[in-house]
Unconditional design. Structure first.
Length: 407
């Protein structure tokens, strides 16, 4: 039987007893270092582990740049997790300008091919505009944001990072905040597009979305680039879809989870893509690809899928913390969210204990990386601000993934 994870990508978990005061201190250190490092010119420096090629300018989007740092600081202060202080929201217009300049570069146009755009939630205008509106409540910004979301409704990427699922999160959040029918309609338009493109594939044996992303076609499963993220966004707004429509969709979504699952005595995992050859290298065990992200995205689905979710949780625990570091997207904190989701779904304190064990290990990883490079990793999805958000959820016994569960 093929292994369901690669041990070289993981670490043995450190037996560190959960201590909320240690977690709070870690949050405060991260926030203080983040505030102290900011400069008007560079914003926050690119961490070596986030750098590609010879790029020198600051990263700016919600995913791994300055907008995400602003979002995270504002969130932590609002929650009472961090001491009051600067969130640097006044720099968001400049951050958006720089981000648009980045996306309009030849490198990004070439990478995205015919799917090139600047609208997206995690890497484009929508994430920065929403963060600005959330803090300023500006009606002018809301108008620009509505136009951005509307133009993203039929984006062919069909995934959360670039496509309509990400901007549907924006529409749903603004609708819940304002009760404006315009924003409800924007969410429902995206849902209609997703529903129409959720097609049965005889080769896979279930309904699946086909992404057109970075010039290639694929059927991704994870929450960032594929099926699980789309399913999550539909589930989050299911009250707007109607009972009959949602019943059919949720049944199809649950069936896809079952058909694509890979089971063994180690637990349950999922390949990055539907129909991937089982003889390939062991599947990843990360939030972006693999069991943790599938559990985190689908733990709120009202279907009898507990055997799959629990199996995914067991695999995540058996694999151990990720060697890549402490971050959300492909690190220990992101995997820990799967345990928080299972605690929320089942009420079984074993899952909360496991999340907190990962949290203590992640603090150790973050501090070791900061010592190695002489600085923090200033990023929401790939760095220390995301870890701080995870630590706060462990303290509060909640399970809100940043920019997905809580906007």
């Amino acid at each position: 039987m093929a292994a369901l994870f690669d041990p070289s990508r993981h670490q043995p978990i450190e037996a560190i007893v959960w201590d909320p005061s240690v977690a709070r201190d870690a949050i405060e250190r991260i926030v203080t270092d983040t505030r102290d490092t900011f400069t008007t010119k560079e914003l926050w420096p690119i961490h070596p582990n986030d750098q590609e090629g010879n790029e020198t300018g600051p990263h700016t989007p919600l995913y791994f740049g300055a907008a995400g740092v602003v979002w995270g600081l504002d969130h932590l202060v609002r929650e009472g997790a961090a001491s009051p202080g600067r969130c640097f929201a006044e720099f968001l217009p400049d951050i958006q300008r720089r981000n648009r300049q980045m996306l309009e570069s030849e490198a990004w146009r070439k990478a995205l091919g015919t799917g090139w755009q600047t609208r997206s939630w995690l890497l484009g205008d929508a994430g920065i505009l929403f963060t600005d509106w959330k803090i300023s409540l500006s009606d002018e910004i809301l108008l620009h944001l509505a136009d951005t979301v509307a133009k993203n409704t039929d984006d062919p990427s069909l995934e959360l990072m670039w496509g309509a699922p990400g901007t549907m999160l924006v529409a749903l959040e603004v609708y819940r905040s304002t009760n404006s029918a315009k924003w409800r309609d924007l969410y429902c338009a995206g849902a209609g597009s997703l529903e129409a493109s959720f097609a049965y594939d005889e080769r896979v044996g279930c309904h699946i979305w086909t992404q057109i992303l970075y010039g290639r076609s694929g059927q991704y499963l994870g929450p960032v680039h594929g099926y699980a993220g789309n399913a999550y966004v539909l589930n989050k707004g299911r009250d707007l879809l109607g009972e009959g429509r949602w019943t059919q969709l949720s049944t199809q979504i649950a069936r896809t989870l079952e058909v694509t699952a890979i089971r063994s005595s180690q637990g349950v995992n999922w390949a990055p893509r539907a129909g991937a050859e089982r003889a390939d290298a062991p599947p990843l065990v990360q939030h972006c690809h693999g069991a943790p992200g599938m559990v985190t995205a689908l733990a709120g689905l009202d279907q009898p899928i507990d055997e799959l979710l629990l199996g995914g949780g067991e695999l995540t625990w058996n694999a151990g913390p990720l060697a890549k570091g402490s971050n959300l997207c492909h690190g220990t904190a992101g995997n820990g969210f799967a345990f928080l989701k299972l605690f929320d779904r089942t009420g079984d304190s074993r899952w909360l204990d496991r999340a907190r064990s990962f949290a203590m290990h992640a603090i150790m990883q973050s501090d070791a990386e900061a010592s190695q490079f002489g600085r923090r990793r200033f990023s929401l999805w790939t760095g220390d601000i995301g870890l701080a958000c995870f630590l706060w959820e462990c303290i509060q016994e909640k399970a809100r993934f940043p920019t997905v569960d809580v906007l």
